[in-house]
Design a protein. Structure first.
Length: 150
């Protein structure tokens, strides 16, 4: 048996030293359902990646960026119909989910999102979970919202 030191409560617990045995994990770390629910959908991950590069976004700007990403189209070429459909998806499904999970805050008056209480934790979890699979999406999401040409 080896001693395992738990940084959270400064107590040591005995953990078998068998090669296949994992150390005890503090319960609060296991309570990550909101993290996984927050990042389960690619559109929500996209919203989160944008927050890492800018602290506030309008829903319309996000709708344009996500349509451009999903259709591999320059932002300037995205149709109003596509923007409207994406806006509805974000406004009625994805933003409320992230607000409920306290990952983002939403100002209904200005129709903008900004990081919430758990944004940093969720972004850290994304980075640590091998989010490199989303590298192209992450780079696109963090791109400045300007008139840059693709």
């Amino acid at each position: 048996m080896t001693q395992h030191h738990d940084d959270d409560d400064d107590t040591a617990s005995e953990v078998p030293s068998d090669a296949g045995t994992l150390p005890a994990i503090p319960e609060h770390i296991l309570e990550l359902d909101y993290v996984f629910q927050s990042v389960a959908n690619s559109r929500r991950r996209y919203l989160l990646y944008t927050l890492d590069s800018n602290t506030e976004w309008s829903v319309t700007d996000l709708a344009i960026k996500i349509v451009a990403w999903e259709t591999d189209t320059p932002e300037q070429a995205v149709s109003q119909e596509e923007i409207d459909r994406m806006y509805a998806s974000l406004y009625h499904a994805h933003i409320p989910k992230l607000v409920d999970e306290r990952v983002i805050e939403f100002d209904k008056e200005s129709e903008t999102i900004r990081p919430g209480d758990y944004a940093e934790q969720v972004l850290t979890a994304l980075a640590g979970a091998g989010a490199s699979l989303d590298t192209r999406q992450e780079i696109h999401a963090r791109r400045e919202m300007d008139d840059e040409k693709f």
